[in-house]
Ligand binder design. Structure first.
Ligand SMILES: [Mg+2]
Length: 213
C-alpha cells in the first residue's frame, strides 16, 4: 500500500481547512489539449461521448483507434503535450482566493512520467500548489489527507467514480463535480443528489468556501 502523504510535509497547515482539487477537466481543458496534441499526430479527437480512448479516430474512419494505441498517445500527451493545455476559466483566481482560508492540494490521476510536465504547467499558470499523483479511485488518498486536518475538507473532480470513491472513504468531505469543457458538459454523467455539480468556477468557489467555513 502507498505511503500516506503527510500534509505538513506538503507545506500545508493542519489547523486549516483543506481543498483537494483535480487537474484534468477541472483546472485545465484536458480534452481540448489532448485533441490538439492528437491533431499534431494526424488523429482526431471526437467529443461524441464521455470517454477517452473510444473518441480517438483516424480522419475519415468510423471505428475508433485500438484502445492500446490510444493509451500510448495519452501517456505521450502527459509527457510531451500537457504543457499546452488551457487553464479553465476562473480556476486560478478561485484557488488563489480559496487559499486565503484553506490549504490547497492538487490530486491528479496522471502517469508517473507526466509529473514534471504537469508540475511545470501548474507553476506557469499560477497554480503552484502541492501536487500528488494518484492511480485508481481517489477516495483512500483523499480520506488520508482529510483525516490529518482539523478543519473541514472539500474535493473537486469531474469524474463520478472519483467522487463516489471519496463519498465512500471520506463521507464528511464536501464533494463538487466540475466539467471544464463546454462540449463535454451535456455528455458528462452527473449525480446531483450525491455530489454538487457546478461548471462555473466563480459559483464553484463560493460553494466550496461555504462548505469549509
Ligand atoms: Mg479529471
Amino acid at each position: 500500500m502507498a505511503r500516506t502523504p503527510q500534509v505538513d510535509a506538503l507545506g500545508l497547515d493542519s489547523a486549516r481547512p483543506l481543498v483537494i482539487v483535480d487537474v484534468d477537466e477541472v483546472l485545465g481543458h484536458f480534452m481540448e489539449g489532448f485533441g490538439a496534441f492528437l491533431a499534431t499526430r494526424g488523429l482526431e479527437f471526437r467529443v461524441e461521448r464521455f470517454a477517452l480512448f473510444q473518441n480517438i479516430y483516424r480522419p475519415g474512419e468510423e471505428v475508433h483507434l485500438e484502445i492500446e494505441e490510444g493509451r500510448r498517445h495519452y501517456d505521450d500527451f502527459f509527457r510531451y503535450g500537457s504543457g499546452e493545455m488551457r487553464v479553465a476559466e476562473g480556476a486560478a483566481e478561485a484557488l488563489r482566493r480559496l487559499a486565503e482560508q484553506a490549504g490547497v492540494v492538487i490530486l491528479t490521476n496522471a502517469p508517473g512520467q507526466g509529473r514534471l510536465a504537469r508540475a511545470r504547467w501548474l507553476g506557469r499558470n499560477g497554480l503552484d500548489y502541492p501536487l500528488l499523483l494518484n492511480t485508481g479511485p481517489k477516495g483512500p488518498l483523499a480520506a488520508a489527507l482529510a483525516k490529518q486536518v482539523k478543519g473541514p475538507a472539500a474535493f473537486i473532480d469531474d469524474l463520478l467514480p472519483n467522487l463516489d470513491s471519496v463519498a465512500e472513504s471520506a463521507p464528511k468531505v464536501a464533494r463538487f463535480q466540475h466539467v471544464a469543457d463546454e462540449r463535454l458538459r451535456p455528455l458528462a454523467p452527473a449525480a446531483p443528489d450525491r455530489h454538487t455539480r457546478i461548471d462555473d468556477w466563480d459559483a464553484l468557489r463560493i460553494a466550496i468556501a461555504d462548505s469549509i467555513s
